[in-house]
Design a protein around this ligand. Sequence first.
Ligand code: ZN
Length: 243
Amino acid sequence: MLRKECISNATYELSYYNTLAALWKRCQDRTESTNIVMHALDSAAIALTNMSNSDTHIVRLREKMARSKLSLFLAPKEEWTSLIAKIIRPSPEQKIIKYLWPDVALRKLYNIRIGTLLVLRKQRLANQLTKTMKHLCPSIDPWTCPPFDQLPNKTIMMLSGLVSNEQKLLVRGELAPHQTKYPGCKCTRDPERDTPSTLLHRMTICPYSNKTADIAKVKEVIMGTDKSVSKTDILRQLTSLAI
Ligand SMILES: [Zn+2]
């Protein structure tokens, strides 16, 4: 006989804690020998069967299951999907029981705080991106682990937004709104249409640049969608355009 119960953890409604709550309640309510079937890759099942896991909730639950003579069976993904999931169909009218064990309200608070800190860290990093970096890739994620330690100083200077002018002096690569000439080539910029980035200008449309780079390719590499070229190599290649 299959029995279906809908139980959630009252303090932290995560799948993992919902499962722990359901197992604990099953031990409490057990009136006869019960077998539990769980997906072999379920995080709670993995924790329960990992004998080196010393989390107090897992240890207590494991002991309680043993005392209650509650047997746990693990089903491989195929069996789980084809048998269990088809038999136990979700029914919206079934009431979800909120169960208090384990009390992980503090863990929830901790995770929320960590999540907030990560968001703040991401915002801080986004504010630190130079305009050149934003032009190359506006998303913060690819820049969170750049190969900075493998890049030459010139590349770092390029990423900071510097380019060389006709006198081979380093100047700001980002043009101010009133500037209409790109340094180095003197191409005229249309503020309404053309990029303020000298680097992007040299990479794309400058007729005087004898070096070309496919900006789409560069973006793919930096954003990680193209793994065939290393990020370090493509950034080194870009350096020759700027400095
Ligand atoms: Zn030009």
